[in-house]
Design a protein around this ligand. Structure first.
Ligand code: NDP
Ligand code: OXD
Length: 314
């Protein structure tokens, strides 16, 4: 019985070490090394090379190394076996830290004061807004969006979420479905994207969406934080909206092409924060343990937890 580590990017060795610890009775194989395809029952993927999971006749399940699964669906030869994604407090807490930090940075104008400091400028406004003056809108109210929403609401922000189905979260207004997207945007000063990348959501963060954000807030213009997937955004539209003052700031962790090409104007735009797709990284200790638990559950005849819905693409 073997678990195959199938990474298209990143170092497999910390994962091999952790899985040896968490699954002592199981062989651990890596793509690129010799292994017997008949022995592989489980695979963990992160952008596995397309086609590399085909021809594993005894494969029982595929585990995404992260919460997102769009990297699995890009493989036209993806085996027809159950798939699971990561739901884990380590991953959730890391994402909430990122979202809360950047939302507070926007509220407290950190970018402006950093620039002023570099210029030796001592200047303040009459009265800065507080969290309760600011309307945050979170697109994608799943595991990550819901946690960020709860914590931002605790800080006093006026929080709303947009998702496919309605949510009941204390202090958070729920909007759902495409018909409720315009009113959700129209009440949003800081737009946070934690959507999965699917055929429905690809390119959703475009000029039309950004122009639909609130124009009556206590901010110079609305701002955007995207930590979902780069394929959700049209980067030329974001740059044009920044240049035209339609949005004030963009905090981007994910990009249409990763790594972000050196030629991208996002690198040098004064109102853009670029982070290298590390809003929430998969820690082999926590995530390895979570996948190992799922495998043990399957091995003892239990159900696959956090399974991916192929029809929905997330
Ligand atoms: P979930 O599957 O738990 O949540 C997805 C949410 O998006 C759900 O609320 C879902 O609605 C909503 N949604 C999906 N499609 C649509 C649509 N067409 N219209 C409106 N709402 C939609 O995922 P997670 O919260 O665990 O993760 C979200 C994403 O975050 C991942 O897919 C990944 O891309 C990204 N991510 C990024 C990381 C980073 O480091 N930058 C780290 C981890 C994840 P409903 O609830 O009704 O189904
Ligand atoms: C994830 C990611 O999907 O790190 O977990 O992007």
């Amino acid at each position: 019985m073997t678990l195959l580590i199938a990474l298209g990017t990143g170092d497999p060795n910390p994962w091999v070490t952790k899985f040896r610890e968490f699954l002592p009775g199981m062989q651990i194989a890596k793509l690129g090394n010799d292994f017997d395809p008949d022995e592989i029952q489980y695979a963990m993927s992160w952008y596995h090379p397309v086609g590399s999971l085909s021809n594993l006749p005894n494969l029982r399940a595929i585990f995404s190394m992260g919460a997102g699964v769009d990297h699995l669906f890009r493989d036209p030869n993806l085996p027809d076996v159950p798939m699971a994604r990561i739901v884990d407090s380590d991953l959730t807490n890391r994402m909430t830290e990122y979202v809360v930090m950047h939302t507070l940075n926007i509220l407290r104008q950190s970018r402006r004061y950093r620039t002023q400091q570099l210029q030796g400028v001592w200047q303040d406004d009459d009265l800065q807004p507080v969290a309760s003056d600011i309307r945050v809108g979170i697109m994608g109210m799943g595991v990550l969006g819901s946690d960020a929403a709860r914590k931002l609401a605790l800080l006093g922000f006026k929080v709303a979420g947009w998702s496919t189905s309605e949510k009941q979260i204390d202090g958070v207004k729920s909007y759902c479905g495409s018909s409720n997207l315009p009113p959700f945007l129209a009440r949003t000063d800081i737009l946070i994207s934690l959507l999965p990348l699917t055929p429905e959501t690809r390119g959703i963060i475009n000029s039309k969406m950004l122009k639909g954000l609130a124009r009556d807030g206590r901010v110079p213009a609305p701002s955007l934080i995207n930590a979902g997937r780069g394929g959700l955004q049209i980067e030329d539209d974001i740059l044009a909206c920044l240049d035209d003052g339609i949005i004030h700031e963009a905090v981007l962790d994910v990009f249409q092409t990763e790594p972000l090409p050196p030629t991208s104007r996002l690198w040098s735009h004064p109102n853009v924060t670029v982070t290298p797709h590390n809003a929430s990284v998969s820690n082999p200790l926590a995530i390895g343990r979570s996948i190992a638990e799922k495998i043990k559950t399957l091995e003892s005849g239990g159900k696959l937890l956090n399974s991916v819905h192929r029809d929905r693409g997330y």
